[in-house]
Write a protein that binds this ligand. Structure first.
Ligand code: SF4
Length: 328
């Protein structure tokens, strides 16, 4: 496959990448990897230049989810040793925004482990959102709180939330293998609701749970159909005490091929390197900046990660630059 020609065809307004071509990206050999990365970079550079947007997470309600997603250490079926606490106060959530700003984040992402936000959780997040936007108008705010009704989605938007995250995680076909308490179509419905009310949609997945390469292509194509604005791509870091305990991690090269596939499919969406970056990509982390234009910094919801100073150094050493400095 002429990878550069594929990228140029897409950039020139020709046919978008087909399922077969997306599968070919995932099946490409290690010898071709630098060519695939270079082609994905042509698309990334066209839409995002050399900018890397940083996102900082806040786990605002931890470890008490009634759902049974088998990869998740916060699920009801997990015995993983994670902190458990109810929804933090609006002031605690507001205080976290300052940390995000200190780490030059474009976006502050507030996450709760829940099936759907309760009325009191809605009130807390809306109060926090109004304060955060009043104090830091340059900071983008994302919420991730489970399933949304249209009415709740509208209230979040009115309160100042810019974006809502709700990952599909994997393909519709593979979804029953990882969760029994809700369906893939439920997740798709919330993603559509988010778009319907005019919130930005952040919708991605988790790779390496035993899904096939075709499942990864299905996920990419579904995210494109949903017109997601942002796609966080997580790599399974199997946690002790979860249903995925003991599963082998993806190789760094497979992670890179996967990021390239998402870049080819989701040409102008943010592709974010998310959980599992450090443990799966290891020393090849800097190469992920060629297809991806965004990353979480300073750790994840229940696990630590590379800190901001090391991420900043990595970005600069690789010749990229942090995309947005917040004036707040
Ligand atoms: S719904 Fe979210 S927080 Fe709850 S178990 Fe699934 S992935 Fe974890």
């Amino acid at each position: 496959m002429d990878w550069k020609a594929l990228a140029n065809r897409i950039l020139d307004g020709g046919a978008p990448i087909s399922r077969e071509e997306a599968l070919a990206v995932l099946k490409s050999s290690d010898d071709e990897l630098l060519d695939v990365l270079q082609a994905a970079y042509l698309i990334r550079r066209n839409f995002f230049g050399k900018k890397v947007s940083l996102h900082v997470l806040k786990n605002a309600k931890s470890g008490i989810c009634p759902e049974d997603c088998s990869f998740c250490s916060q699920s009801k079926s997990s015995t993983a040793a994670v902190e458990q606490y109810e929804m933090q106060s609006a002031d605690e959530i507001v205080a976290g925004a300052k940390d995000a700003i200190d780490m030059q984040a474009l976006r502050y992402c507030v996450v709760t482990s829940s099936r759907a936000p309760s009325e009191s959780e809605m009130k807390t997040i809306c109060d926090a959102a109004a304060k955060i936007k009043a104090q830091n108008p340059g900071l983008e705010l994302c919420a991730s709180m489970g399933f949304l009704t249209e009415e709740k989605a509208r209230r979040l938007k009115e309160a100042g939330v810019d974006r809502f995250n709700h990952n599909l995680e994997t393909s519709a076909k593979f979804y029953p293998s990882i969760c029994s308490t809700h369906k893939h179509e439920d997740r798709v419905a919330t993603a559509r609701t988010v778009k319907k009310v005019g919130l930005d949609l952040c919708c991605g997945g988790l790779i390496g749970m035993g899904e096939s390469l075709e499942d990864r292509v299905d996920l990419g194509m579904m995210l494109k159909e949903l017109d997601t604005d942002s796609a966080p791509i997580n790599f399974l870091d199997p946690r002790p005490g979860t249903g995925m305990e003991g599963r082998e991690r993806l190789t760094p090269n497979d992670c890179l091929r996967t990021l390239c596939m998402f870049r080819f499919i989701l040409t102008h969406a943010e592709v974010r390197i998310a959980g599992g970056r450090e443990t799966c990509l290891r020393d090849l982390q800097p190469l992920s900046l060629y297809p991806a234009n965004s990353m979480f910094t300073n750790g994840y919801l229940t696990t630590g990660g590379q800190d901001f100073a090391a991420d900043k150094q990595m970005i600069e050493d690789a010749g990229f630059e942090i995309g947005h400095l917040v004036n707040a």
